[in-house]
Design a protein around this ligand. Structure first.
Ligand SMILES: [Zn+2]
Ligand SMILES: [Zn+2]
Length: 136
């Protein structure tokens, strides 16, 4: 909770109960779509409206506290902004994992080969997660 208070403070945003609840819930789930988030938030804050949730998500995105996660064949998800990372998407259970590997050499190779200057990237690797492959 303290961590999120600091993050909000650094962006001059008020640490409202709603914002803290939203951030904590997203953090716990890693990557979450807005419908699921809304259901979970309602359990704690039954009075929060969908409009309030959307407004807060919008603000947190605008201040780069949250990030959109666009995965193929999945609903739009959100995550707490982290250092650049790669997403591992399990085609069996649909789970999304973050993997923190250095992407700079890859981006440099791309620039070297194409001259294309990458301003942002979103990398998804499809496959079978450890849990699913051990069940086989
Ligand atoms: Zn899996
Ligand atoms: Zn992620």
């Amino acid at each position: 909770m303290e961590r999120f208070r600091d993050i909000l403070k650094a962006s001059n945003l008020k640490s409202t109960h709603q914002r803290l609840a939203i951030l904590e819930c997203i953090d716990t789930h890693g990557h979450i779509d807005i419908e699921t988030l809304f259901e979970l938030i309602l359990q704690k804050y039954p009075t929060m409206s969908k409009a309030t949730l959307y407004r807060n998500i919008h603000d947190l995105l605008a201040f780069y506290i949250l990030e959109e996660v666009k995965l193929p064949q999945q609903k739009q998800k959100y995550e707490i902004k982290k250092v650049p990372h790669i997403h591992l998407l399990c085609s069996h259970c649909g789970n999304v994992e973050d993997i923190f590997v250095e992407t700079k050499p890859l981006l440099e190779t791309i620039f070297f080969q194409s001259g294309f200057e990458i301003s942002s990237s979103f990398i998804v690797m499809n496959g079978i997660c450890k849990r699913c492959s051990s069940k086989k």
